[in-house]
Write a protein that binds this ligand. Structure first.
Ligand code: NAP
Length: 503
């Protein structure tokens, strides 16, 4: 058997996509990888977000790795804590933990002398391939509101929930009604002393019931594992057939889903004043669609107030709106979203010749097929720019991207390729074709959302997710500048040698 070159892979992040990359390498028999994780546990967003009501709004059967079905989900929509337990279990079962450096933040990655040099508090270390899997919505965004720091009570972002603060006795002020805010409201409405919701923009809500799975059903899934695969395929197909198509293709599907949102509001909220407050002035599906079963019921509970007057400022006792009204509060929660354009930053990525990712992305994040960036050899991004995210399970997306990175890693292991970088021309062509497809999407129909980039165009994939999978299944080496290897690269074995480390 031909000797294979040992390719060292660095993965940044041990969340859903970092674990996916690690598992993909493990399945390919590659153990020469290191996962850098700045926290002390795997899970990423599911580790950081622990707010009340946290649930994934994608069916649980579909929100799993295709290679690791989970018969134990308790509900149709998986609760956050179960998802986190699932990722911990996958890390344990696959032996990934021994590759993870917990508590190790990578501050920069610099391509030098044909390798990626990663800087951590321990010094510098070199790898052949860099895979970033730092997550999409990771950096909390706090609102710029006058006096924000002056509030006297506890205040935190939804993704940094302080569980030492008791809730039932509190008058809670919640800013933000996105997917997160609505889940918190659905959970807390009517269970706390007061819940004042500061809503800047109303949201359409698609009704999704969340039934509990019976013990009998779970036992059947254990007994007949094929049922898990059927469930995965069925819910994956349904979700893609309905939501993923409706947002990128005008037509009946979009109209039907929109009507369901409109009727949901009409039938659920009879009070005309409250209904007027909750009626958006843009089309359903334009922002990331909120999927919720209990939101409208929760806002009708005693003690819940929806405030639509703009916030003027925050003071020690509470929030003052533009009409001069002070709402006194004991606790302030910012469900105000994330910096969706951070990607792997603030980590510095520096390519050959000193080109930084910030410079390459001065006009906005751009990638080739969502995974590779012109000017940065052997760099692969999971959940990179224009990935098919939104109302979709991101797990199959990560699997397709990890499979794509693996293809190149295998080429390097086989000694055929030393380095590969997508050309600027191929990257531009790909981005131009996406730009041309954007007008058909619902995201440009006139609403503000974190989907929209600097140029006002969505940083999402404008076609059905299956197309993304197909694009990644068939790499086009012609779109790359490739440094081909000599026929007989020496095989390297064992741990990185002394030359790989600089302290
Ligand atoms: P988001 O969708 O960005 O929503 C932020 C909310 O805060 C919006 O209502 C926004 O109002 C409001 N806001 C921001 N700044 C404000 C200010 N200065 N004053 C008043 N209101 C302000 O954030 P998110 O709800 O955390 O959700 C982010 C994403 O996380 C989702 O879109 C989704 O992709 C993901 N997520 C997924 C799930 C799931 O179940 N799968 C659950 C939660 C979150 P405007 O609308 O006016 O900007």
């Amino acid at each position: 058997m031909a000797q294979q070159r040992r390719v060292q892979v660095a993965i940044i992040g041990a969340g859903m996509s970092g674990l996916c990359m690690a598992a993909t390498l493990e399945d390919a028999g590659i153990d020469s990888y290191t996962v850098f994780e700045q926290a002390d546990e795997v899970g990423g967003t599911w580790r950081d977000n622990t707010y009340p009501g946290l649930t994934c709004d994608v069916p649980s059967r579909y929100y799993t790795y295709s290679f690791r079905p989970n018969p134990d989900w308790s509900h149709f929509l998986p609760p956050g804590r179960e998802i986190q337990a699932y990722f911990r279990q996958v890390a344990d079962e696959r032996g990934i933990r021994r590759h993870i450096r917990f508590g190790t933040a990578v501050t920069s990655a610099r391509y030098d002398d044909g390798r990626w040099w990663l800087t951590t508090a321990d010094g510098e270390e070199a790898f052949d391939v860099l895979v970033t899997a730092a997550g999409v919505l990771r950096v909390p965004r706090y609102p710029e509101i006058l006096g924000r720091e002056s509030f006297a009570g506890p205040a935190f972002h939804s993704s940094r929930w302080d569980h030492s603060v008791s809730l039932p006795d509190k008058r809670i002020g919640l800013i933000g009604t996105g997917s997160t805010g609505t889940q918190i409201i659905a959970e807390l409405g009517g269970t706390v002393r007061g819940l004042t919701v500061f809503q800047r923009t109303a949201q359409w809500v698609f009704p999704v019931p969340n039934p509990r799975y019976s013990a009998l059903g779970r036992a059947a899934l254990h007994r007949f594992p094929a049922l898990n695969r059927i469930g995965y395929r069925f819910w994956g197909w349904s979700f893609r057939f309905l939501f993923c198509r409706a947002v990128v293709q005008p037509g009946l599907r979009r109209r039907v889903l929109s009507s369901i949102c409109r009727w949901n509001l009409r039938l659920s909220v009879r009070d005309p004043v409250l209904r007027a407050k909750l009626t958006p002035d843009y089309q359903p599906l334009c922002k990331r669609q909120v999927m919720a079963g209990h939101f409208y019921r929760a806002v009708r509970q005693p003690g819940v107030e929806v405030v639509t007057d703009p916030i003027d400022h925050i003071e020690p006792r509470g929030i003052v709106t533009a009409d001069g009204t002070l709402r006194e509060l004991d606790l302030l929660v910012y469900a105000t979203g994330f910096d969706a354009r951070a990607y792997v930053r603030p980590m510095q990525i520096v390519g050959p010749g000193g080109l930084t990712l910030d410079q390459a992305w001065a006009d906005g994040p751009r990638a080739y097929r969502s995974v590779a960036v012109a000017g940065f050899p052997n760099l692969f991004m999971l959940m990179g720019p224009h990935s098919p995210i939104g109302n979709n399970s991101l797990i199959p997306v990560a699997e397709a991207q990890a499979g794509y990175a693996l293809w190149w890693i295998q080429e390097m292991r086989a000694g055929r390729v030393v380095a590969a970088t997508p050309t600027l021309a191929a990257t531009d062509e790909y981005n131009q074709s996406m730009k041309a497809a954007m007008p058909s999407t619902i995201w440009v129909s006139g609403c503000s959302s974190w989907y929209l980039g600097k140029d006002g165009l969505p940083e999402l994939f404008p076609w059905v997710p299956e197309r993304h999978t197909e694009l990644l299944r068939h790499p086009e080496p012609a779109d790359f500048d490739i440094c081909w290897s000599g026929a007989s690269e020496p095989a390297v074995s064992g741990e990185p040698n002394a030359a790989d480390r600089r302290t």
